[in-house]
Design a protein around this ligand. Structure first.
Ligand code: B1M
Length: 212
């Protein structure tokens, strides 16, 4: 669909105003928020990722595009969040220590919230102690960790070890995700599950908590 391509292009050029206008227009045309995210916003962001990788663009340009994408997500979030009062479970989520990437984590949190989970978002650069404190305070069913850097993936293991040391490991299910993370890595560090994207993180949590 043409408008989804336009949304992707507006993310690529980092035009927040245009993203906002186009997302609103797409909704009026009856396109679902999921398609707008997948085929519009994320499609644009993946072009940015490729260009960043090839050193064709640098951090400031990536940030401008990331902000444009977040603008679109802001509009879509309330539409994805379910109107149901029934809370299926509580989830503490955060990007691990040393890592500032939060677009994917926010998307995962948004989808989980939309699926009926209560989210306690600890933000970015979250040290293990902060995860532990949040478990003690909120008694969540699930702890979710996100990492986008190969150098910060190891913090997931460090965090699990600290949770274990505090005697809290059997109180929560732990899930991990992020571009460099794999199913194999998740098993290796003793997580309960790995999700490749925001949609599968909902399936994963439903499965782990045995809810539908
Ligand atoms: Co960064 N960055 N970045 N960056 N950045 C990557 C990750 C990189 C792959 C780019 C590249 O070189 N190809 C590379 C990492 C290389 C590596 O480690 N192997 C990289 C680098 C090197 C860096 C810096 C070191 C650059 C520098 O300063 N020289 C620096 C590090 C800062 C830090 O964290 N300490 C840095 C900074 C930044 C920005 C601040 C500019 C910006 C982040 C803005 C923000 O997040 N607010 C940024 C961005 C945007 C990217 C890319 C381009 C895009 C990431 C993104 O948002 N993708 C990225 C390249 C890429 O990934 N192709 C890159 C869209 C998002 C929806 O996908 O995050 O994968 P993703 O999330 C998915 C899944 O992974 C999964 O579901 C999500 C939705 O489908 N998922 C989970 C994620 N978390 C999950 C948790 C779950 C389950 C699923 O359960 C809990």
């Amino acid at each position: 669909m043409e408008i989804l391509k336009e949304i992707a292009n507006a993310v690529i050029s980092g035009d927040r105003k245009k993203v906002q206008e186009l997302v609103e227009k797409a909704l009026k045309e009856g396109i679902t928020p999921e398609d707008i995210i997948d085929k519009g916003l994320l499609s644009g962001m993946s072009v940015i990722g490729e260009r960043f990788k090839k050193n064709e663009i640098f951090v400031p340009e990536v940030l401008v595009s990331a902000r444009a994408m977040q603008k679109g997500m802001e509009i879509l979030k309330p539409l994805i969040a379910k109107s149901s009062n029934v809370i299926k479970g509580k989830i503490v989520i955060g990007t691990v220590k040393g890592d500032l990437h939060d677009i994917g984590k926010n998307l995962v949190a948004m989808m989980l919230e939309g699926a009926g989970y209560q989210i306690i978002d600890l933000g970015i650069d979250v040290p293990p102690e902060k995860f532990v404190q949040a478990i003690k305070e909120n008694k969540p069913d699930v702890v979710g960790m996100s990492a986008l850097l190969t150098t910060t993936m190891s913090q997931m293991k460090v965090t699990i070890d600290v949770i274990e040391k505090e005697g809290l490991r059997d109180k929560v299910k732990i899930i991990v995700g992020g571009a460099p993370v794999t199913e194999e890595f998740a098993k290796e560090i003793g997580a309960d599950g790995y999700a490749e994207d925001a949609y599968s993180s909902v399936e994963l949590v439903n499965r782990l908590l045995k809810v539908s």
